[in-house]
Design a protein around this ligand. Structure first.
Ligand code: SF4
Ligand code: SF4
Length: 358
């Protein structure tokens, strides 16, 4: 094999430093509290449910975060280009509209076009801007947005319904603006409202968000193309040894409900509403939702109203009470991660960790 000389002028250290700086500067640590119209068209109901329930948080590296930043910055250029072409567009960048569809489903379109689209100058349009790499852009040219990017199409369908409800008159067109990051070429497509489909998409999102139980997998095959690259792959298709365990927050707790009135409540505390900031906190009262720990068998007879008894394979199948009168979720996770072979290895946290506040 030919020897490859590393160019001594390449600064790997600087590359690492820049990536690390971007990671700390650009990552937004707060997850979305709602199911966004931008992902609602995802083909897997389980993916949407796990995302909404904060099962885990995908951390992107510095390079990916810079890529997202570039996409965001591109919006300014697109708005400028559209305005230069005579389009009257409002509610862009930091002034986006919010469409609250109820039941935890919310959308924010990239813009609202009042007039000026040459083919139909007086028609209002919802606007969506998307950056594409070369392959994705050419697929779009070939197939159109509905087929090439069904999630973007679904997002615009929601947007048209949202605008119609917000403004009280029919908005039945969307303008899809795609830009090729490699060549700066534009692709524009005017999308018509498919009202039946749009309402179906919104209803599906609402049903998923308010479902107390985990939806079925999209596929039982670990190498299914949509599962292979999915963030939840190891949870859905892993074995006991490598199955991902949930984060500890209110949304992964069995006492949590996302109600149809758009509020999140805790059954343990008399169905009190839980503020968004409190939901993210690791509460001592947390009890794992059984659907999120599928390898742990429930010992129903030993469970109580406030706690769940689980036989935990990672702890030698010992039965452990998770919740009041037993062990906190953190104590159990620490024992598993620390390699404890049985429940005897669970260490109690200090009393100060016992605070519940919201
Ligand atoms: S791995 Fe597959 S089944 Fe699981 S959430 Fe992802 S897409 Fe859905
Ligand atoms: S407050 Fe405690 S019991 Fe209620 S949902 Fe949150 S973690 Fe669960």
């Amino acid at each position: 094999m030919a020897k490859v000389d590393i160019n001594p002028n390449i600064s790997i250290t600087l590359q690492r430093a820049v990536d690390e700086a971007a990671f700390w500067k650009l990552q937004d640590g707060r997850p979305r509290t709602y199911l966004g119209a931008s992902i609602i068209g995802h083909p897997c109901a389980r993916y949407l449910w796990l995302s909404f329930r904060w099962f885990g948080f995908e951390l992107f590296d510095g390079r990916m975060l810079r890529l997202f930043r570039r996409g965001k910055r591109e919006e300014e250029t697109i708005v400028e280009d559209l305005r230069d072409a005579g389009i009257v567009i409002e509610h862009v960048l930091d002034d986006q509209l919010t469409f609250d569809f109820g039941c935890h489903v919310i959308g924010h379109p990239d813009g609202f076009i009042k007039s000026g689209v040459p083919e139909t100058p007086k028609t209002e349009h919802i606007a969506e801007f998307k950056t594409h790499n070369d392959d994705s852009f050419h697929e779009l040219l070939k197939l159109g947005v509905k087929e090439a990017k069904p999630m973007h199409w679904a997002q615009m369908q929601c947007g048209m319904i949202g605008a119609t409800r917000l403004f009280g008159h029919q908005v039945n067109r969307a303008l899809y603006v795609a830009i090729n990051k490699n060549t700066d070429e534009y692709y524009f497509e005017r999308v018509r409202l498919d009202e039946g489909k749009a309402l179906e998409i919104i209803k599906r999102g609402q049903d998923i968000a308010t479902d107390d139980y985990i939806p079925l997998r999209l596929s039982s095959k670990p190498d299914w193309y949509q599962c292979k690259l999915c963030f939840f792959h190891d949870f859905c298709h892993g074995s006991i040894e490598n199955r991902t365990l949930p984060e500890i927050n209110c949304r992964t707790c069995c006492h949590f409900t996302a109600d149809k009135d758009g509020k999140c409540r805790c059954a343990l505390f008399d169905n009190a509403e839980i503020p968004a900031e409190a939901q993210l906190k690791e509460q001592y009262c947390h009890v794992f939702h059984p659907d999120m720990v599928p390898d742990w068998a429930q010992a129903t007879k030993l469970s109580t109203e406030t706690s769940m008894a689980y036989s935990i394979p990672q702890l030698g199948d010992d039965i452990v009470l998770n919740g009041a009168g037993g062990y906190s979720s953190r104590e159990i996770i620490d024992a598993i991660k620390g390699g404890a072979a049985s429940a005897a290895g669970i260490k109690r946290l200090s009393e100060e960790d016992n605070n519940i506040s919201f």
